[in-house]
Design a protein around this ligand. Structure first.
Ligand SMILES: Nc1ncnc2c1ncn2[C@@H]1O[C@H](COP(=O)(O)OP(=O)(O)O)[C@@H](O)[C@H]1O
Ligand SMILES: Nc1ccn([C@H]2C[C@H](O)[C@@H](COP(=O)(O)OP(=O)(O)O)O2)c(=O)n1
Ligand SMILES: [Mg+2]
Length: 240
């Protein structure tokens, strides 16, 4: 199970002091370490574990994010967390936020970040995997900052499926999954939201050298051949 890493280094104090002070400090350090280990054993502090490998999957509605995520999971063994699927699951389970989420999605708007990040966090923490594809997130700067504050892990890779609007509209209208937001009126709103709120997030990761832009036209297999080398370069090998 992946949990947020708690570093033992915070228990170790600076040693640029006199010999007496150093000795005292070492004794304190030993005591602190013992306390730290005892707290871990009691489950007060999560055990030190590997930082997860995070991939954010971005792109407009219908750009093929979900389709490519299935291929990435099959090939590289990631756990796929679709923000949209997590929110639809909340609606279906009649949770307290269900009605608010449904109305927001129908309007083509973005659900408050706190709600979405908590759902992602819950699934990450209950997973045995340490490689996550987070699909359709972060869609806004608010989403991005909220993930940073709550989960405190930076993405290793940000994929951007770059697709012409015309093609995205055609694909969404043909998707046939019975979604309340797959109609022309809502799609127009979603495309406006994508341009106004999601493109700044894409630019943010581009400036930090984390963005991998995929030309999202062609067959599903052709598109995947642009995706594959990105993960191979990180030495993430085929799922066994
Ligand atoms: N390369 C492609 N060419 C044509 N249709 C595609 C392609 N990739 C996905 N689709 C179809 O387009 C629709 C939207 O794809 P999806 O993966 O759900 O996109 P997103 O998750 O970005 O909204 C689906 O019906 C899917 O089968
Ligand atoms: N980070 C997110 C992701 C999705 N949502 C809401 C608003 C989106 O229009 C819907 C559907 O998202 P989803 O990723 O499933 O949509 P597409 O796969 O891009 O068509 O969910 C959100 O509010 N915040
Ligand atoms: Mg999708």
């Amino acid at each position: 199970m992946w949990r947020r890493v708690v570093s033992l280094s915070s228990f170790i104090s600076s040693s640029r002091t006199s010999f007496v002070a150093q000795t005292a400090s070492r004794l304190n350090t030993c005591e602190s370490l013992t306390t730290g280990i005892a707290q871990q054993a009691k489950g007060v502090i999560a055990p030190k574990e590997k930082t997860p490998f995070i991939t954010f999957v971005l792109g407009g509605p219908g750009s093929g994010k979900g389709t490519q995520c299935i291929k990435i999971v099959e090939t590289f063994g990631f756990t796929h967390l679709s923000a949209g699927d997590l929110l639809r699951r909340e609606i279906a389970s009649n949770s307290a936020d269900g009605a608010m989420i449904l109305n927001t999605i129908k309007e083509g708007k973005i659900v408050p970040s706190q709600v979405t990040v908590k759902l992602i966090q819950k699934d990450m923490e209950s997973s045995d995997n340490d490689k996550f594809l987070i699909d359709g997130f972060p869609r806004t700067e608010e989403n991005r900052v909220s993930f940073d504050q709550i989960i405190s892990v930076e993405p290793n890779v940000v994929l951007f499926f770059d697709c012409p609007e015309e093609e995205m509209v055609k694909r969404v209208l043909n998707r046939n999954q019975g979604r309340v937001d797959d109609n022309l009126e809502t799609i127009k709103k979603r495309l406006q939201v994508f341009e106004a709120l999601s493109l700044p997030v894409i630019n943010y990761y581009s400036q930090r050298g984390k963005l991998y832009t995929i030309k999202a036209i062609g067959t599903e297999d052709e598109i995947f051949e642009q995706v594959r080398p990105i993960f191979t370069a990180f030495e993430l090998h085929a799922a066994g």
